[in-house]
Design a protein around this ligand. Sequence first.
Ligand code: HEC
Length: 120
Amino acid sequence: MKSFAAFVTTSALAMSAAGFSTTALALDVEAAKGLAEQNNCMQCHGLRKDKDGPSFLSTADKYRGKANAVDEIVKHMTSGKKVKLADGTQENHKVAKTIPPNDAAQLKNLAQYILSIQAK
Ligand code: HEC
């Protein structure tokens, strides 16, 4: 009985430690790819190839290790700031659409996915 109580206490502690140690949710790669496809992100971004925009790999390299990386990328995906395409024309960057609109979890998941791209 005593050891059972100890077991329950230990696992509760382990669970709360896991919950607090990471603010990031587990990455859902399929959801991120789906969102990128629905938003035509891949029209201008290759995973590892630059198109009109930088590859997701080069964005990952740029932000890797930065504490505010996810927030910076979410900001980029939602603010519609002016960007220059490869042919020199300027347009407002695509604003990522989610269902429901501006769903922070989905936007962060996509940002985390971009950050997860590694060179092969
Ligand atoms: C019409 C082409 C186009 C589409 C569509 C597009 N982008 Fe971009 N994106 C660009 C260009 C061009 C840049 C480079 C901006 C710069 O460096 O000023 C860029 C930059 C970025 C960056 C890098 C930001 C940084 O701070 O380095 C990210 C991340 C990004 N886009 C994500 C996305 C996502 C996610 C989508 C889909 C919701 C998307 N893009 C759709 C053209 C596009």
